[in-house]
Structure formats: C-alpha cells, structure tokens
Design a protein around this ligand. Structure first.
Ligand code: HOZ
Length: 429
C-alpha cells in the first residue's frame, strides 16, 4: 500500500471525505488522491517520491511556481516582526495602493482572507448600497461557498454533481436569479421581470470553474450597459483572473469597469488572502464609515501582505504576463497539432496561462455546452497523464494554470505525454 493510500485511509476517518475541499478527493476518477510532500517551481513531489509537473498551481495562486525564493524570503522577513497583529500595519497600505494603481476601477479596497469572503462581501455591499435584494449570477460560475451564490454553481460543487447545496435556505436561493452565461437576452428579460429589484449582477468575466470559456464578443459591454441602465451594480469575480490574465485582470483585457471586483489567489502569493474593492462611494458604505458590516481578525495579515506584494512586484519586474502568454501559446500550438494529427478535433481553450481541454468536439460557451464533455474520456486522460508525471486538475470543471516556473522543456514534455494519453483513449461510447 502506498503512503498516499495509507494517509487517505487515515484522513477519511477524521476529515469528511478525507479532504478539506471536495474536488481534491479525485471522485469519479477511479483513483484516490496523492498526498504532497513538497513543491518547488513547476514540480510537486508526493509522499511516495513521485514527481509531477504541476498545472494546478495550488488552484491558481502559484503564478511564479511553488515556493519562489523571493516570496519565501519576504514571508520569512515579515515573520520576524510578528505573525499577526489585528492592528493596522504599513504593508496593508502598500497593498491597497498597488491594487488601486493596477486596477483603475478600484478606488478603495478592503483585504479579506479568501475569495469566498470577497464575493460574499461584494454581494452584501451591493445590497446595502442599492437597497435591493436580488442578485443575478450565471450557471456554472463559482463564487466560493457563499450561501446565496451556491445556485447552479461550478467548480467542486459541479464536480460532485451538487451545484445546489443542501443547507441553503430556499428563501436565500429565491433571491438569486441564475441565467445562462453569454446570453444577454436572458439578462434583459430578468431585468424586465424584476424591475427595480436587482442589486447586482455577479460573474466571472472569464468563467473558469466549469472548464474555461471566454465571454462572447460584446457580452461584458452589454452587461455593463444593462446594469447601468437598471441602477444595479456589476461585480466581477476576478479571484481566478485577477493579476493572472494580465496586470489589470480580465477587466483590463476587455476594457470594462465593474463597480466592484473580488480578488484572491495570486494576490496572496500562496497564503490565504482575498480582497474586494471598487468605486469609493460604494466602498464608503462599509463599516466604520457606513452601515454595511464587514470585519476579520486576520484581514491584512502581515505575512499574507508580504507574500502578495513580493509576488506581484516580481511578476511585474519580469514582465511575467508576456512570458506566460508565450508558454501558453507553445502549449496550445502543440496540443492543437496533436489533436489534428490524431483526428480528434476536441475543444481546447486557452486564455494566457489558463487552459482547458473539453472531451467534446462541439463549441463550449456555457455550462450546458461544457457538460457535453465526456466524463469517462476525461477520467481516462487524467489518469494516464498523472501516471506519466503530469498533474492536471482532477476535474473536467476546473482550469489548468501555467506558471513562470514552467520551462519550455516542461511544456514540450507535457504536450508529448498529453498526446500519447489522447492517442490511447478508447473511442467515445
Ligand atoms: N474550488 C477550488 C478551485 N476552483 C478548489 C479548491 C481546492 O480544492 O483547493
């Protein structure tokens, strides 16, 4: 029995499902998870000594790879001054100034401890600011495990076949209107039917929790216009895309100014961090200035601020986004060439350093079309890649992440192993 199997057996006795976040359980993959011993750069090593090229990257934060020395040193230096204060500290101000400089729609920002906290706080603030209760979200978009947003949710919830969670009162869910992504007519109809009642529209501008698919041309612009016309706030959940698809996130790429933005992952350099920010007049509704309450003992934690600042500055110093685009393009070129050579025109999406292979030949632009992907084919492909030392996300409904630590040799080796795995897949049933 492997050490990972022993640990998983022990974990299942004391941790629900043996994991602290559902998608890590490898359900539906006819495999049990490996337990990690250490990680550095683009690699992780499990407790049995196996080495993997990692494309999960701690689900997004590891944009410079694992344990980059500059981030580790920043954390060590900060730790010498204290682990947590619960008192304002200078690093929080530096972080706030950096975020506002890089993301112009954010005039004021507050730090929290996770992406879930960030989206939850955005929704509360939007309700407080507008005096309205209803929220529009999109099927397959995942905004953390916030009660009112666990409706038609993506990511782990979707992977486990539970996009609606037990424990969410029907009265909460009733305030959430879930619509198909990329369908502006449905949004217009929802605004008409709920005139004067919609506090906000929240979305991942590039959905990355039901696989990865881009917004259709104009969809984000039209959403912006509809929200403005209806007096509702537009909330971008850039927990995944923030600082990853570009310095200013997806909103910079598409040229849209949301009213509020939720951030996480990359901003913490691997430590638990989230942030939310937006127009000053909205943010000023937060306590202690305004009536919307929000707080956190560990918010603005000095280690997390130091890690995030070091990572973001290093990314900029190295023009990391250009490097990530080049690595992403290289992977894409090789994957597309193999799909063509094998006569398997599967749908492959890539935006910068984020990518996803769907086991369907049909176009994917929504949750319904993402679900056309064949789960059995995905599971077989995932297992073959893992056995050959490539760790892709253990779910069809997650996204792959490239880091600046991936070398050209890593990308080429990955593409070759992926091609071999595809070649050995049985024909779809
Ligand atoms: N739902 C997270 C990614 N979209 C995964 C969280 C985790 O398992 O760490």
């Amino acid at each position: 029995m492997s050490r990972s199997s022993e640990l998983f057996a022990a974990a299942q006795k004391r941790i629900p499902g043996g994991v602290n976040s559902p998608v890590r359980a490898f359900r539906g993959l006819a495999r049990t998870p490996f337990f990690v011993d250490r990680a550095a750069g683009a690699k992780v090593w499990d407790v049995d000594g196996n080495e993997y090229i990692d494309y999960v990257g701690t689900w997004g934060p590891a944009i410079l790879g694992h344990a980059p020395p500059i981030v580790v040193q920043a954390v060590q230096a900060a730790a010498k001054h204290g682990l947590s204060f619960g008192i304002p500290n200078p690093l929080e101000v530096e972080m706030a100034e950096l975020i506002c400089a890089w993301i112009p729609s954010i005039e004021k920002v507050r730090m929290v401890n996770s992406g879930t906290e960030a989206t939850m706080s955005c929704v509360r603030l939007a309700r407080g600011f507008t005096g309205r209760d209803k929220v529009i979200k999109f099927e397959g978009c995942y905004h953390g495990h916030v009660d009112s947003l666990l409706v038609a949710a993506g990511s782990g919830a979707l992977t486990q076949g539970q996009p609606e969670s037990a424990g969410v009162p029907a009265d909460f869910a009733r305030l959430t209107i879930s619509l198909p992504f990329n369908d502006i007519e449905e949004v217009r109809a929802a605004f008409r039917e709920n005139s004067g009642q919609i506090a906000a529209v929240i979305l991942e501008p590039i959905p990355a929790n039901a696989g990865l698919y881009p917004p259709r041309e104009d969809f984000l612009q039209l959403l912006r216009a509809e929200c403005t016309a209806a007096g509702a706030l537009l909330i971008f959940d850039e927990v995944m895309t923030g600082f990853r698809v570009g310095r200013g996130g997806a909103q910079e790429i598409y040229g849209i100014k949301p009213d509020l933005t939720a951030l996480g992952k990359v901003i913490g350099g691997g430590l638990p961090v989230g942030a939310f920010g937006g127009r000053a007049e909205i943010m000023d509704q937060l306590s202690p200035d305004g009536p919307v309450y929000q707080a956190g003992t560990l918010s603005g934690n000095p280690l997390a601020m130091a890690a995030g600042l070091a990572q973001l500055r290093e990314l900029e110093r190295r023009n990391g986004w250009q490097l990530l685009e080049a690595l992403g393009q290289r992977l894409e070129d090789r994957v597309r060439a193999s799909l063509q050579r094998l006569g398997r025109p599967l749908t492959f999406h890539r935006i910068g350093s984020m990518f996803c292979l769907f086991f369907t030949e049909k176009p994917v632009s929504s949750l319904a079309t993402a679900k056309e992907s064949d789960p059995a084919q995905f599971a077989e492909y995932f297992r073959r890649c893992l056995d050959a030392g490539i760790y892709f996300a253990p779910s069809q409904f997650e996204t792959g992440f490239i880091s600046t630590a991936h070398s050209v040799a890593d990308i080429d080796a990955t593409a070759a192993i992926a091609a071999e795995a595809l070649n050995l897949l049985p024909e779809p049933a």
